[in-house]
Design a protein around this ligand. Structure first.
Ligand SMILES: NC(=O)C1=CN([C@@H]2O[C@H](COP(=O)(O)OP(=O)(O)OC[C@H]3O[C@@H](n4cnc5c(N)ncnc54)[C@H](O)[C@@H]3O)[C@@H](O)[C@H]2O)C=CC1
Ligand SMILES: O=C(O)C(=O)Cc1ccc(O)cc1
Length: 564
């Protein structure tokens, strides 16, 4: 039978946490965290349960030092226990203003500070290590001005009268479960790490955090302490992901060898299923479409603890069945079939579900989604401006088009993207499509037309680099990007409808006019057009983009980036 070492006595919060973790386990009860750990180390118990954080007290200070010396154990799980503290007395008519002594454990006193100050400010607090023994003595001596604070179970177990309940509301304690085997990977994990005492170094903390941030790894907790003897800084971190996750391994490796630059300066305390204090309304996402972007988002959502189901054209699970099972339906198919599928599947959603469109076009698909779904169905469009090859969404743009039917489920999806660092921009459907005319339809059309022109005139691509100016390189880079990815993605982009169409149409008119003026050698007029353009472009925009262009020039002229 499993034996768990935990804080006693029977009925206390430590006892309840261990019983909640494994109700069949035998519990070995101790009076201090250090004794609990000694019990585990000496082999008296298979697991140890120690309090690490309380919503009212903050961190439990001893645990930092205890964990630092954790040499033969792993932090492998957690228990979050609501703590309900009650007041017990020997008589039922005990008046609170006559109480002289309150008996309890020190942590309980800290949690009930406000209650004691408000109701028994005159009382002396007697903090005991061994509550069991203190209560036995109380029952023997029976002083009429003593009361006890602890859980209701303890008050009842010692036959005391319950005077008041819930002395400290919103009181929850997180306990760490320590075992001798590392925790298994569940896909929704966190890892806790502590550093050895660190030598002073400018920017150390920022540089450590940056290794996680640039890999899109969320930091859940950060604390620091000064080592008692050396007064050097020690940092405790809890980050999302399992210690076997390649990105996390890479980040930890960089922190140890590139940032701190001291071997063995990090100690991984363990990986465990993530403790979720936030309230989530969405449990599951169902995707219609099983392409690259679906796989990308489903993977990230799973990492956030959501269940995901994917329906492709050839999967056995049909969208009709899937829709009935999930909270949020995501349609992520080529732009040209999005509206069709919205019309087909939108009516199957019921009130309380959400339909999220992941697509590069907004006006027509959203209008159909609003028409096709019942009044109580949430509707929103998300257009991520990165491709499926992106490692993370950190600092990448995403356009979110909310509708009058976007509610809390849609907000939860937005929060998920916010959490992982996406730059969220809210647009109307028309604004989205207009701006995609500028950033997608037109540049793609130009790149495609340029490649066709080069082919038509038999231009040798080997001559491009040797004859390019700094300015002409940009167009060639766009050409390369468009022709290095899935042709269908860019064909779909060129064929989108909505406000963006007028950008391509306007461009063609102006190109023709410029081309005619050039043909007629109207140099003054052409220069006048450019001057007018300069007046229309905000000067701060021009300046800032020119600075960026020069930074790109510097990279491109670097020997490693010169074309070969
Ligand atoms: N690939 C990219 O770089 C980006 C794509 N997007 C958007 O994501 C959406 C999906 O794009 P990808 O995943 O890249 O496409 P994809 O071509 O990789 O996958 C599309 C999926 O839709 C399915 N599909 C095609 N026609 C269908 C039909 N008639 N009925 C049912 N399913 C059908 C295909 O079987 C495939 O599973 C598009 O709306 C696109 O605008 C957004 C940003 C970037
Ligand atoms: O990676 C790139 O350059 C892209 O342009 C990716 C991309 C493709 C399609 C979209 O709708 C949004 C972004």
């Amino acid at each position: 039978m499993t034996v768990i070492a935990t804080l006693g006595p029977k009925g206390s919060d430590g006892y309840q946490a261990a019983a909640q973790y494994n109700r069949h386990a035998e519990l070995a009860l101790f009076n201090s965290i250090a004794d609990v750990m000694d019990g585990f180390r000496s082999g008296q118990a298979d697991l140890a349960m120690i309090p690490v954080y309380n919503t009212r007290e903050g961190e439990v200070r001893e645990y930092f030092r205890i964990l630092e010396s954790l040499d033969q154990g792993y932090w492998l799980d957690n228990v979050v226990l609501p703590i309900n503290l009650s007041l017990g007395a020997l008589s039922t008519d005990q008046r609170l203003d006559r109480v002289r002594v309150i008996i309890g454990r020190s942590t309980v006193f800290r949690q009930c500070e406000e209650y004691i100050a408000a109701n028994m400010p005159q009382a002396t607090l007697v903090s005991v290590r061994d509550l069991e023994q203190a209560l036995a003595e109380l029952l023997q001596d029976r002083p009429d001005d003593h009361v006890v604070i602890d859980t209701e179970q303890i008050i009842n177990r010692f036959g005391l009268n319950l005077l008041d309940r819930e002395l400290a509301p919103y009181n929850r304690t997180r306990f760490a479960v320590i075992g001798s085997q590392p925790g298994r990977q569940t896909g929704y994990d966190a890892t806790s790490i502590i550093t050895r005492p660190l030598a002073d170094r400018v920017g150390l903390l920022v540089d450590i955090l940056n290794e996680f941030t640039k890999r899109g790894i969320n930091i859940l907790d950060l604390r620091s302490e000064n080592d008692i003897k050396t007064q050097k800084l020690q940092i405790y971190l809890e980050v999302e992901g399992h210690r076997l996750n390649p990105l996390l391994k890479e980040a930890l490796d960089q922190v140890e060898h590139q940032v701190i630059q001291v071997a063995q300066s990090l100690k991984i305390l363990g990986s465990f299923p993530r403790v979720d204090m936030r309230i989530k309304r969405i449990r599951s996402f169902g995707f219609i479409g099983s392409g690259a972007m679906t796989v990308w988002f489903a993977d990230k959502l799973q990492g956030e603890g959501y269940a995901t189901v994917i329906c492709g054209r050839s999967s056995t699970l049909r969208p009709e069945e899937m829709i009935a099972q999930v909270d949020v339906v995501v349609i992520c198919v080529p732009i040209s079939v999005t509206t069709n599928l919205v019309q087909r599947y939108g009516p199957l959603l019921r009130d309380g579900q959400a339909l999220i469109l992941l697509a590069g076009e907004s006006e027509t698909p959203l209008r159909s989604a609003l028409e096709a779904t019942a009044e109580g169905v949430e509707v929103m469009l998300v257009h991520n401006l990165w491709g499926p090859q992106a490692l993370t969404m950190k600092d990448k743009n995403v356009v979110v088009v909310r509708t009058r039917k976007s509610g809390s489920l849609c907000s939860e999806f937005e929060s998920f993207m916010y959490k992982y660092g996406a730059e969220i921009h809210l647009d109307t459907p028309e604004k989205h499509d207009l701006m995609m005319g500028v950033s997608q339809k037109l540049p793609t059309a130009i790149s495609v037309a340029l490649a066709m022109t080069l082919a038509e005139h038999g231009i040798d691509y080997g001559d491009i680099d040797s004859h390019s100016t700094l300015t002409s390189l940009y167009g060639v880079l766009a050409l390369a990007r468009v022709h290095s990815q899935h042709p269908r993605t860019y064909a779909e982009i060129m064929a989108t409808s909505g406000e963006g169409k007028k950008i391509v149409a306007g461009f063609l008119d102006h190109l023709q006019r410029i081309s005619a003026l050039a043909e007629q050698r109207q140099i003054d007029q052409l220069a006048e057009i450019i001057t007018e353009n300069i007046r229309a472009i905000p000067s701060h925009f021009l300046k800032s983009k020119m600075r960026q262009a020069q930074a790109v020039d510097a990279v491109l002229s670097d020997i490693g980036f010169k074309g070969d």
